[in-house]
Structures are given as C-alpha cells and as structure tokens.
Design a protein. Structure first.
Length: 586
C-alpha cells in the first residue's frame, strides 16, 4: 500500500449498512463497552463494517500488554466479520530495526492471528503525509519554527499556565512553504527547525499547543533508507495512517485519550475520512514491568539474558518459558477491557496456563535433587517396564512404559530421617507408594561419617503391590515420584521465579529505583537433575508435567545429548485458592 491510495469514503457515502452482514448478530466475543460502541455504530449507520488495526512501533519486542491489544483488535474484527491490519508506526528511525519487525510478526502469528495481505507501514505514507503537511501550510494552519527543542518545551507552558507563541508563528504561508521544502531538501542542520501545527498556545490540553509535526533528522530508515531527512512525529502520522487504511475503530490504550483531540483536529483540518478512536485501560501485571524503556534497560544492562529471557513479560520470553498461545488468549479474554487503569495479579495468568497445560501436557517422572534409594530385596539385574498413564485428563494420549530397577533416585525432600509432625513421606520404618510402581519400606540409611548427611536410603519392596495397590487392602499416606538410576537421563533444569520481589516494582525506599526490587533468586539452575528415558528425543518447545513438581518445557539451549528444561509454572495455584476464598469461579 502506498501513500497515494484513495481515501475510503465514510459510511454516510456508502450503500445502506447491513448490520447482520457485518457480523454484529453472531458476535461471540461477549460484551464490553468497546463492542457495545461498535454495535451502536453499526446500528446507526455510522459505519457499515468493522476494520481495526494493531499498530506497534518497531522499537522493541512485544510483551503481554501488547498481547491484550492484539487479542482485542484481531478479536473484534473476527467477532464482527471484519478485518484487522498490522501496521508498523515506523516514524523514528533512530530506535527502529528490522529485528523488531520480524519478531513482532512472529509473535502475532504464534498467538494465532493473521493479518493476511494487510501488513502496512507508516513509512508507506511518508509522501502523502508530506503533501498533507504542505496543504496545512497553505491553509495557514502549520508553520516552520526555529525554536530549539528546549525552547519549544519552555514555550509550551504547564498544566496550570498557558504557553507562549513562538516568534516564528506568524510567518506567511509562502515563507513557511519555502522553508519546509528546504527542510526536506536537507539545507538545514538536524534539530534546527521543526514544522508545527498552528492551533492554540493557551489550550488547556498541552498536546494542542502547536505540536511538532516534522523534525529534521538525518538517520537511515530501515525501509526508506536515506530518502528522507525529515520525519513525521507519531502524533502527526498516526491518525492519518488510520484514515488512509479505512480503519473504522481505532482501539487505543488510555494514554492516547488526551491525544485524541489532536488526531481529530488534523483529520478535520484536512477534511479526510475520520475513524473513531476508543480507549481502554492498558494491562499492568504484578511482579513485572511493562515499560519498553525499562525492559530495554534490563536487556542492555545484562540484568536478564535477553529479550526472550523466560523471566521477561515479552511474548517471546513467555513462549520460551513454555507458555501456550491458548493460555495467553484465555487470560486476555478473562481480564476483559476496562475504562480505568488497574493491576492484574500475575497468578491469574499462571492459573490460565495451568488449566491449559493440565489438558495438553504429558506426565513424566523427573527428580530435581536426587537421593539414591537401593531396594535390597529387588533382583540385582532385573529391569521391569511399568505402565504409566500419559495424561489422566486425556485418555487418548495413551500409556507409556518406564523402567524400574534396583537403584532409584527420589527427591531429597521425600525422605526425612527424623520426620516432623504430619510428614507422611519416606522415613525409617515407614511405607510409601512409588508412582506407577510398588510399595517400599525404609529399613536403614547410609550417611557421610564426617557430616552426617544421608547418602543412600535402603528399602525393601512388596512384589505384590505392582501398579501401586496392595492386594490385602492396606493403605499408605504418600505417593512419591522416582526415576531408575540406571536409565535416567541427566538434564539441566532452570527454575524461574518472579523477576521482582514485590508486586509493585516501584515500591522502593527513598533514593532507590525499581531495579532495587529485582529478585536475586529469580533463576536457579539445577544440574544434574534426572528425567525418565522417554524424554531422550524431546523436541525444543515441548511441554511436560513433571509429576508433583510442575510444568516444564524444553529450552532452545538444548542440543543432542544435552537437554535443558525451563520450569514454566509450578503446580501450586495461588489464583484458584484466592478465587475459592472469594467464592468465585476460578
């Protein structure tokens, strides 16, 4: 799409609207104030169809907050039988990169959405935007200003005091047009002149106080190269780009509400097609930050391992950690859209993930902190293959076989030589069930003579309890997981926790900043841990439930002979507990 595309006609100049054809009646997206507004626009004929867009700036990686906007914009288009564009608002070449463009496209596709053939760029419209700027100059509604950036800020005034007019504000249209064309031709140094809209320096909305439309900036653009040395500001390009694409509903977060009068002023001054802007509250999550600037700091200062670090709220970070697109979409559906900013507890996001993984993730046995167990009465060379259900939630996933032998590994926490009250796992003289295996009873332990540390637990097993049930009907109070030491695969496991120690990272002592709340325990690397041999060829990105331990996924750092797992989420569900206490449906 190029800048000379015809401007779409408003609904009033089109045939009578057919609301049912626009998808209003069969809308499956539920009800919220945005969808209700769209239904009303279709009912009254303000628009006869729905066309939204997701307009990221390619200056960073997308995060979970962008996922909410993606789901909303593409979801609304789907609900109403409309279309949704992907448009990169690439007006600042000093911060933009093809790397970000490609990552954004990958993230949107991974989330399950498709812009089809409608991928556009604000840079597609640079020539049209320039021509429209000249039109405003000829109408006396824009002028070239020689104030420095600092002076422009000084002249703007404050929230309580009006601004002052630039001494260059009353140049003639002819002089302004000449200067603007010379700006484009590269005659002036960077930052020496700007083009500003001529509105009202006393306007109560500071965004209306003669905002800058163009600045001189010699920077190579990732798409247009060195063609331009002046670039439009975001505020000048954004609304006109929506107009050029025929967007009906421009869905924005609340920080753009104060910019809406400016977008509308530009549209009206040019006399072009007008989309409708509707604002909603952005997503804020506990225990993390959403600011692109702060996320960039985390990466550049080496506080995380990169944009796709599994502790990051970026979509690529969540994907690497093992999140599913279905869980993220469900999370966005549940939180809905609001008119006022708030903070969502991250436990709800984790709850949605557990619900999804519980249905789809195969169960396997793994031991993170191994303790050697010897079954003294088990035949020395014998190996049995025990049947284990892959996922009790989905019988269709079938059964696998896991090897059982004389020497096992169990979790260190599953044995106590001197058990505390209400501890029902393995201890001297106590019998427990091995998952999918046998009953075993601890007889004695071997300890390090210097430290007293338990090195090896010796047990006996009851051959009649194969499969985990006793023919005589006796019961045990605990079932523990295990792996056969002879067959287990050594792996590296990365245990992730929240990136920050406090729900609000900005809750710091005087003189400190948000980085003071970074969690030094947000990553623990356990190696070697051990997993059952069925995971020998587990592909990168595959997800599993390590029984009793949590959900884990195979990290891209894995290589032949070296498996690396990320803990995606623990089994403990804080949100379900909260919802139960509040009497809500978790």
């Amino acid at each position: 799409m190029s800048g000379d595309n015809p401007i779409p006609k408003p609904a009033a100049e089109r045939p009578d609207p057919d609301v049912s054809a626009a998808g209003c009646a069969p809308c499956e997206g539920g009800s919220d104030f945005i969808r209700e507004a769209i239904r009303e626009d279709l009912r009254t004929g303000r628009y006869d169809h729905v066309h939204t867009r997701f307009p990221p700036e390619p200056n960073g990686y997308l995060h979970i907050g962008h996922a909410k906007s993606i789901c909303l914009n593409f979801g609304i288009a789907q609900d109403f039988g409309g279309k949704c564009n992907l448009r990169f608002d690439d007006t600042n070449p000093t911060k933009e990169d093809v790397e970000y463009v490609e990552s954004i496209q990958e993230d949107i596709r991974w989330l399950g959405f498709d812009w089809e053939d409608r991928c556009f760029y604000a840079s597609d419209y640079f020539e049209q935007l320039y021509q429209w700027a000249e039109e405003l100059i000829r109408k006396g509604r824009a002028y070239v200003c020689d104030l420095t950036p600092d002076q422009v800020r000084e002249y703007r005034g404050t929230l309580t005091e009006p601004g002052r007019e630039s001494p260059y504000r009353n140049r003639s249209p002819e002089e302004n047009l000449d200067l603007f064309r010379r700006m484009r031709a590269g005659e002036f140094p960077d930052g020496s002149r700007t083009l500003r809209a001529k509105i009202d320096m006393a306007h109560p909305n500071v965004n209306m106080r003669d905002p800058v439309m163009y600045r001189i900036l010699r920077a190579r653009h990732h798409r247009t190269g060195d063609k331009w040395c002046i670039y439009p500001t975001y505020d000048w390009a954004h609304g006109q780009s929506d107009s050029l694409e025929g967007i009906t509903h421009s869905i924005c977060t609340l920080e753009f509400e104060i910019h809406r009068p400016l977008y509308e002023w530009f549209i009206q001054a040019l006399g072009i097609y007008a989309p409708r802007q509707i604002e909603f509250a952005r997503l804020n999550l506990t225990y993390t930050v959403m600011s692109k600037r702060r996320l960039l700091q985390l990466v550049q200062e080496g506080l995380v391992r990169g944009w796709d670090d599994p502790r990051m709220p970026t979509i690529c970070g969540l994907r690497r950690r093992g999140y599913t697109p279905e869980a993220i979409r469900e999370f966005c559906r549940r939180i809905g859209v609001a008119k006022y900013d708030g903070v969502i507890d991250i436990s709800l996001l984790e709850h949605c993930l557990r619900e999804d993984l519980n249905r789809r993730a195969p169960r396997v046995l793994a031991v993170l902190r191994p303790l050697r167990v010897v079954i003294d009465n088990y035949p020395e060379e014998q190996v049995e293959q025990l049947d284990a259900v892959n996922n009790p939630e989905d019988p269709g996933m079938g059964v696998r076989q896991i090897p059982f032998s004389k020497v096992l590994y169990i979790e260190q926490d599953d044995f106590r030589e001197t058990p505390p009250p209400k501890y029902y796992r393995l201890s001297p003289g106590r019998e427990v069930r091995l998952r999918w295996g046998y009953f075993i009873r601890c007889t004695h332990v071997l300890k390090d003579p210097q430290t007293g540390e338990v090195l090896e637990v010796h047990c006996t097993y009851d051959p009649a309890t194969r499969g985990g049930n006793a023919p005589d009907g006796r019961k045990v109070k605990a079932t523990i997981h295990w792996v056969s030491a002879q067959h287990a695969l050594p792996v590296e496991v990365r245990l992730y926790d929240h990136l920050f120690t406090k729900p609000d990272p900005d809750d710091v002592a005087e003189g400190a900043d948000w980085r003071a709340n970074l969690n030094p325990q947000s990553l623990e690397v356990v190696s070697p841990a051990f997993v059952e041999p069925s995971l020998q060829d587990a592909p990168v990105g595959s997800r599993y439930q390590f029984e009793r331990l949590g959900y884990f996924s195979v990290d891209p750092d894995s290589a032949p002979g070296r498996l690396v797992f990320n803990r995606t989420v623990s089994l403990k569900d804080a949100w379900a507990k909260i919802a139960k206490q509040q009497g809500q449906d978790a």
